[in-house]
Design a protein around this ligand. Structure first.
Ligand SMILES: CC(C)(COP(=O)(O)OP(=O)(O)OC[C@H]1O[C@@H](n2cnc3c(N)ncnc32)[C@H](O)[C@@H]1OP(=O)(O)O)[C@@H](O)C(=O)NCCC(=O)NCCS
Length: 208
């Protein structure tokens, strides 16, 4: 009696691992490659691992922190207060590539110029199984704004999706008041899909 109960439990564990385990994992829509895509004079790539090249990692880290703690980025990009924990998680994600959580696959990339490979900003890209959609966002280093970096980075994200997932939807959510970001999306070929005036948010989607 006891033996059959244990066997039943074992069978339940095996079934859970075999069927529910893989179902809980988001589809691998974002590749683990260190360079996601290049073009328009820019490169979207993961951060240099600290263990591999500490001085380069330090230079990149400084630019990442300058970008992500800039008041405009804090207001427009982050949800809520920017804590050390959030920044640490971001850097880990930037170094190690796409992560999986609750059927969500999410990755952060440095935006660098192909000539000098200097950090000009950041982008994030996520895929959510439940909504079957890519979502993306970006922030440009405060000293580099107004040079079309945001527009070209958004074009690169669009190029990646069109090249590798041509049938998938891709959206970006911006505040209504963020004119620069709305111009970036319009320049890169995204159109206004919905407005949530009660939340002062707009959803832009790729115009195909
Ligand atoms: C939004 C942001 C990414 C724009 O990056 P950028 O590289 O400066 O953008 P671009 O040079 O490609 O310019 C895009 C457009 O915005 C306009 N623009 C730039 N700054 C602006 C400002 N302060 N007010 C109004 N328009 C502005 C540019 O004139 C350009 O419009 P145009 O094509 O009609 O000439 C950058 O300002 C930023 O990082 N902001 C903080 C983070 C953020 O808002 N992220 C987006 C939320 S997901």
């Amino acid at each position: 009696m006891n033996l059959s109960l244990s066997m039943l439990k074992l069978a339940a564990v095996v079934l859970t691992i075999a069927f529910i385990g893989p179902l809980a994992r988001a589809a691998d829509k974002i590749p683990p490659d260190r360079v996601l895509i290049e073009g328009h004079g820019l490169r979207l790539r993961l951060m240099t691992p600290e263990k591999q090249n500490e001085p380069k990692f330090d230079r990149e880290l400084t630019r990442v922190l300058e970008t992500m703690t800039d008041p405009e980025t804090v207001e427009q990009f982050w949800q809520g207060e920017v804590t050390d924990e959030k920044l640490e998680a971001l850097v880990t994600n930037l170094e190690s590539g796409p992560m999986q959580k609750d059927q969500l696959q999410r990755a952060f990339y440095l935006v660098t110029d192909t000539l000098r490979d200097q950090v000009l900003g950041l982008v994030f890209l996520s895929w959510r199984d439940r909504e079957q959609k890519f979502n993306f966002g970006y922030a440009v280093h405060p000293n580099e704004r107004g040079r079309r970096i945001g527009t070209k980075a958004a074009q690169l994200i669009k190029d990646f999706v069109e090249r590798h997932h041509p049938n998938e939807d891709i959206v970006a959510i911006v505040r209504e008041s963020n004119i620069a970001s709305r111009n970036v999306l319009a320049n890169a070929g995204f159109g206004l899909r919905r407005s949530f005036s009660d939340k002062s948010l707009c959803v832009y989607a790729l115009v195909r």
